[in-house]
Design a protein around this ligand. Structure first.
Ligand SMILES: *Cc1c(COP(=O)(O)O)cnc(C)c1O
Length: 399
């Protein structure tokens, strides 16, 4: 597969090695470690015969370039042997919408976990509804109990574990088992764990997607999505991508591949610091609850332990009841925790949330104000000191 003789798909290499070697054709890259960033639309055919026979590795920029090929090969190797192909799209949300459009048609029924990424929910309630697809939301903790929601026209199930705000841990293998007995396909938003910490396609998932904007990009500088499909779903997915005409810019493809090379190192650090901060926060008098499935006390811990080989740096906390002004005082005092949407970059983030207005199959009543934290690559002692200052401001405004 590449000039150094490594074929990560046929030789069982460990994840870290796959991340470094996969998709590197150093002969084609004329010796350079990284592929060229191919800015291109038109591809020239050498002869009329080649043109008539569509004989060319690349036909048109929208359908792929040497840069996208390198990323696709690397992602396929990372996902494992179940992966038949990887679609490249311009954002995580477009990965979700494209995957759903590939799986559904007018008159179909869709099942969606109630803790799904909010814009995914909007896509189901908006565009899919207008195009004649009916969505039912279900409690993500229901496991095989999801069976009661299937109808004769249920074509797909969309899940996410853990939920990226509230961190409920769905039993995806159980849900997938039920879905397959009903002939439905399972689409999984695996952005939190990435394929490094959960090989979703090996757990019954048919399409596993990444908001590569997050950990794969890893530096808060790209919008990007990838869609990994098994052999059953790949033909329709690639057809849908072609019909929609979605593709990503070459610089972003390059940055996604570059992010992949260091993903295991970054994730290990996010995991370690995230867990240390989660334990430290659990012991704080201001904190009612920490929502982090890798904590032994978390209700989703057993599933996390069974299905995941690690945890990323994103989790939430619920504070003891306090007025908004106290929470705002904390937010305005911390310096290392930036306030902003998204996550998965090198930097720590904090964002308040309340999903009360966008749950329909479950209720969200945590008993206090909720904050989502992303633990970045800073030193944890600095992060604790920063939050300590934040809690001091919180307590001063709360007294
Ligand atoms: C951010 C996010 C997305 C969407 O990704 P974008 O690149 O922002 O479109 C999808 N799913 C999850 C879980 C996310 O956190």
């Amino acid at each position: 597969m590449n000039s150094s003789g490594h074929d990560p798909r046929s030789t069982p290499m460990k994840t870290e090695t796959v991340l470094v070697t996969a998709g590197r054709d150093t002969t084609a890259q004329k010796g350079f470690v990284n592929p060229p960033v191919v800015h291109g639309s038109t591809v020239l055919y050498p002869t009329a015969d080649d043109l008539h026979a569509h004989r060319a590795e690349f036909q048109y920029g929208r359908h792929g370039t040497p840069t996208t090929k390198a990323l696709q090969e690397a992602m396929m190797a990372l996902e494992g042997p179940q992966c038949a192909g990887v679609g490249i799209v311009p954002s995580g949300l477009s990965a979700i919408s494209t995957a759903l459009l590939s799986a559904l048609k007018a008159g179909d029924h869709l099942l969606v976990g109630d803790n799904i990424y909010r814009p995914s929910r909007n896509f189901c309630n908006g565009l899919l509804k207008r195009y004649g697809v009916e969505t039912t939301f279900f409690d993500p903790l229901i496991g095989a109990g999801v069976a009661k929601f299937f109808k004769s026209n249920t074509a797909a199930v969309l899940v996410e574990a853990p939920g990226s705000q509230t961190f409920e841990m769905a039993d995806i293998p159980a849900i997938a088992g039920v879905a397959h007995t009903h002939g439905a396909i399972v689409i999984d938003d695996n952005t939190w764990a990435t394929p490094v910490y959960r090989r979703a396609l090996e757990q019954g998932v048919d399409i596993s997607l990444q908001a590569a904007t997050k950990y794969i990009g890893g530096h808060s500088d790209i919008m990007f999505g990838t869609i990994s499909a098994n052999a059953k779903t790949w033909p329709r997915l690639v057809e849908t991508i072609r019909e929609l005409g979605v593709c990503a810019g070459p610089d972003d493809v390059f940055l996604a591949l570059r992010g992949l090379r260091t993903l295991s190192v970054r994730l290990a650090h996010h995991q370690r610091s995230g867990l240390e901060m989660a334990r430290w926060l659990a012991a704080r008098p201001e904190v009612l609850q920490v929502l982090h499935p890798a904590l032994e006390s978390d209700p989703g811990h057993a599933i996390w332990k069974r299905d995941f080989s690690g945890a990323s740096g994103l989790f939430s906390i619920v504070l003891k009841p306090a007025p908004q002004k106290a929470v705002d005082a904390l937010l305005d005092t911390v310096r290392l925790f930036g306030m902003g949407y998204s996550w998965g970059g090198f930097e720590s983030l904090v964002i308040p949330f309340d999903c009360d207005g966008y749950r329909s199959a479950t209720t969200w009543a945590p008993g206090g104000p909720a904050l989502r934290l992303h633990i970045g690559l800073e030193n944890v002692e600095d992060l604790k000191a920063d939050l300590e200052r934040g809690f001091a401001a919180f307590n001063a405004a709360n007294s």
